[in-house]
Design a protein around this ligand. Structure first.
Ligand code: SF4
Length: 443
């Protein structure tokens, strides 16, 4: 659609069809190319970046593949292959640690994502993190986030995770109903959540986040309300709530394809938004604050998301591991997304980078604005101070469109989105894309 003339209503698709709507980066990954990898290699030889440095480590192993999972994960690797992977991660990090781009900087945050980082044993975790700290010391690190699957967490492992310096434990609970967990292919059950959560609290993780998904297969209004009540009762420091998507590379999509179905067997978008809104309101009743389209926080003065802040404001993120994506010295990059080519490249002494892109100045501007809008509002003046141009002028047309649709709050310096807008922010962000990047997909 043209962004020149605001429409009176946003284009809507009610049913959940196959596709991925979540905006994680910009320009979209489809525009990152192998031919741009030399630009990334050149950026590594330049020591002029003064950006905040963070690290992302990808652990691609899981006990079982969830039916809605769209990540490349491995459920069949034995301990020697896992050990080989840890060696590869450390070799990869060693290459970066010696490059001019690091220039003596130390990481301010570290994020272990996956996959399932808690799939690793306490010994493997120690081997990995001791090696990482030797290469790039953690003495300036302010936040270490660790994603965990509740069923992998023994008390011994939780203690090891705490001891390695993790400040935020992020538990992939998704739902509290065992039937829903089972039918969606999750490996854990609610009993394991209760045990792991209680011990994690006991040993004093500074922050515990729980993840939920609204609209899993066979979700009902009653079951969702029960799940929200149980989540509220846990009193986590923060809660991340995703709305179920069905990307093409999921087990659910394969089943849809085999059965000739176009509509996924999950709730429609209005229902999922209503469920997330219900959860937000329940958490707000007990004092939580909504801090993004996917997050509620118990105490915003204490609970920070330093990784997310870095990602949204152009920090350098040194990412290692299969399929991981990062950003260094002005260039986006992504590693090989298959296990063996990744390990082979590292063992051959090469960087395992598969594709890259140097965003133009206007693309960096769009990227930061959109990602920050996912938090609910952006300060126009702050943006102008950083980039030199006022987003109220640069984005006059898309902002007029969002206003026309009723999703923008009025507020001078603060460009804010309404609750209704925040619940569907990812699809609305397409309004800010450059024409060549628009996919025309609207959930
Ligand atoms: S635990 Fe997460 S990464 Fe692993 S299969 Fe399930 S959704 Fe995918």
């Amino acid at each position: 659609m043209s962004s020149a003339t605001p429409q009176t209503t946003p284009p809507l698709r009610h049913e959940t069809t196959a596709g991925n709507y979540f905006v994680a980066n910009y320009p979209p990954f489809a525009f990152w190319k192998q031919e741009f990898v030399p630009q990334f290699e050149a950026a590594l030889e330049d020591g002029s970046s003064r950006a905040t440095l963070g690290q992302y480590v990808h652990i691609p192993f899981c006990r079982k593949r969830c039916h809605f999972c769209y990540f490349k994960v491995y459920t069949d690797k034995d301990s020697s292959e896992v050990r080989g992977y840890i060696d590869a991660l450390l070799k990869e990090l060693a290459v970066y640690a010696n490059k001019p781009v690091i220039g003596g900087r130390k990481p301010k945050f570290v994020y272990f994502g996956g996959g399932t980082p808690s799939y690793l044993s306490p010994d493997q975790l120690k081997l990995l993190t001791d090696g990482m700290k030797r290469l790039l010391p953690w003495d300036e690190v302010e936040e270490v986030t660790f994603e965990a699957e509740p069923g992998t967490l023994t008390d011994h492992k939780l203690q090891a995770i705490r001891d390695m310096g993790v400040t935020r434990l992020s538990l992939g609970i998704e739902h509290f109903d065992d039937h829903i967990l089972e039918i969606n292919g999750r490996a854990h059950r609610s009993k394991e959540v209760a045990r792991a959560y209680a011990f994690a609290r006991e040993i004093g993780f500074p922050q515990i986040n729980i993840d939920l998904i609204a609209g899993m297969v066979e979700e009902t209004e009653d079951k969702w309300r029960e799940t929200v009540a149980k989540a509220v009762a846990l009193q986590p420091d923060s809660v991340t709530i995703y709305q179920m998507e069905v990307p093409y590379n999921t087990g659910i999509y394969q089943q849809m394809k085999a059965g000739g179905q176009l509509v996924a067997p999950v709730a429609d978008w209005e229902t999922k938004r209503a469920w997330v809104d219900y959860a937000y309101r329940e958490f707000e009743k007990v004092g939580y604050t909504v801090t993004s389209g996917t997050t509620v926080v118990r105490d915003p003065a204490k609970v920070k998301f330093i990784y997310r802040e870095g990602l949204f404001t152009g920090a350098d993120i040194l990412s290692i591991g299969v399929a991981s994506f990062g950003h260094l010295n002005g260039v986006h990059y992504q590693n090989h997304h298959e296990f063996q080519p990744y390990v082979d490249a590292v063992n051959a002494g090469k960087l395992p980078v598969y594709r890259a892109l140097t965003p133009a100045a206007d693309e960096r501007y769009i990227r930061e604005f959109m990602l920050q809008l996912k938090l609910g509002s952006v300060s126009a003046e702050k943006f102008k101070a950083k980039f030199g141009t006022d987003p109220r002028e640069t984005f006059a047309t898309p902002l007029a469109t969002l206003k026309e649709w009723g999703f923008l709050t009025n507020g001078g310096d603060r460009i804010g989105v309404t609750r209704e807008g925040l619940l569907q922010i990812d699809r609305l962000l397409q309004e800010f894309f450059k024409p060549e990047h628009k996919t025309g997909r609207y959930a």
